[in-house]
Design a protein around this ligand. Structure first.
Ligand code: GLV
Ligand code: MN
Ligand code: MN
Length: 412
């Protein structure tokens, strides 16, 4: 196939990204569009309209993943898949996730505009609930699709308002009942996810796109510390079971144990709930999150498995429990897809470098089912999960051109 015929529209892609950034817009150019909310559905309807313009069919599966498909000349051939997610962090930016969905749409629009029908079908997917901020668990759409867990596995995970994942998913599917339902799962020929880098390497190197070789592992834990509430003025400090004091000891002990002078192991406590959360009551209940990441699976397993012992040893008067909610093992992407992306960048005269991903992505789970890869575009100053997240229209377009060329090659 002749890549030269494939012309993506930089302006169309940018305008679509900016239109989507209005849905859930927050101050400072940011976006707060949580998974399985009315805003999520509003954004999906906009994208469905754009897909209809080029005759792509739309469907939704039981995990609420949203699918667009253009047929190939061989209907029996396994499809080539691309996509990413549409939900954002509470203080998210305009590009994390949504870029990969809009880039996929732009790639199939370019094929449509050029009158090219590939042999294999091409599908664009918007995976449900990648970010993990609403229910404390990410990538539920891609995990369900890949058969890692059934869709009801997280039914009891609740958001801050007490709404369970199962209820939110059911409500969402009811709101999309007019969209044809497709079976959950599948075996695509290959998957490519375009995404912003979310780190500083590409910009520092002055390179247009990153050809992603794999993703480091992530483990998420929730630590619960149980104490006893008491009056701040009348209860002697010595006799208290202060859950916040013991939680702070635990966090401090974990920070020490997880400190890595080489800064490869990444340890983060980013979420904490203190109850009753009153200045004049001793806290009886504290939960905090632990996000742990490392590229080596055995190392990550060992460090993660040590958390319970470290927390228990830090307790003075309270009791603690540790629950693991998310485990994404490190993955190495398939050489066939990595090579196809590299060749596509080369053919488009887009400068490129191989690199690994520090963030997790839906591709981590898709790669268990189909040969997968990712394309990164530079993030200004590496800023992400922040309203200031920025990649220029030209940088995003270069990534999409590489995506379109790679999809065409893999679907031919
Ligand atoms: C994805 O958003 C991550 O936290 O890596
Ligand atoms: Mn993302
Ligand atoms: Mn993210």
């Amino acid at each position: 196939m002749d890549n030269a015929k494939l012309v993506i529209s930089e302006a169309r892609q940018w305008d679509r990204l900016m239109a989507l950034a209005e849905i859930g817009a927050i101050v400072g150019d940011g976006v707060n569009r949580q998974a399985l909310t009315a805003l999520d559905r509003q954004a999906r309807r906009l994208v469905i309209g754009w897909a209809a313009e080029i005759g792509a069919s739309v469907s939704v599966d039981a995990a609420a993943n949203l699918w667009f498909r253009v047929e190939g000349s061989d209907p029996a051939a396994a499809p080539v898949l691309t996509g990413s997610h549409m939900d954002t962090q509470p203080k998210g930016g305009r590009f994390d996730g949504i870029y990969g969905v809009i880039a996929g749409l732009e790639a199939i629009a370019a094929l449509h505009d050029a009158g090219i029908v590939t042999r294999r079908p091409i599908e664009v997917v918007a995976w449900t609930n990648e970010e993990g901020c609403r229910f404390g668990i990410g990538c539920t759409g891609s995990m369900s699709w890949a058969g890692v867990h059934p869709t009801d596995f997280w039914d009891d995970r609740r958001d801050l308002a007490g709404v369970g994942y199962g209820k939110a998913l059911a409500e969402h599917l009811a709101a999309e009942a007019d969209i044809p339902r497709r079976a959950l799962g599948g075996v695509p020929h290959a998957y490519i996810e375009a995404h912003i880098e979310q780190g500083p390497l590409l910009e520092a190197a002055g390179v247009d796109v990153g050809v992603v070789t794999g993703i480091q592992g992530s483990r998420w834990f929730t630590v619960t510390v149980q104490g006893e509430s008491a009056h701040a003025g009348t209860s002697p400090v010595r006799g208290r079971k202060d859950a916040l004091q013991d939680a702070m000891r635990a966090i401090s002990a974990l920070s020490g144990a997880m400190d890595d002078p080489a800064d490869v192991l990444r340890f983060t406590v980013g979420h904490m709930v203190v109850l009753p959360n009153a200045s004049n009551s001793v806290a009886d209940h504290v939960t905090f999150s632990v996000d742990l990441r490392h590229p080596d699976g055995a190392f990550l397993t060992a460090r993660g498995d040590a958390i319970t012992g470290i927390v228990d040893a830090a307790m003075t008067t309270c009791t603690a429990s540790v629950h693991e909610g998310f485990n994404a093992q490190p993955v190495v992407f398939a050489a066939s897809v990595v090579d196809a992306i590299e060749a596509a960048a080369e053919a488009a005269s887009v400068s490129h470098v191989r690199l690994a991903s520090g963030a997790f992505h839906d591709a981590q789970f898709v790669s268990g089912v189909a040969p997968s890869g990712m394309i990164f575009v530079p993030s200004h100053k590496g800023i992400s999960h922040n309203p200031a997240e920025f990649s220029s229209s030209a940088q995003l377009a270069a990534g999409t051109q590489v995506l379109a060329n790679a999809l065409l090659a893999l679907a031919s």
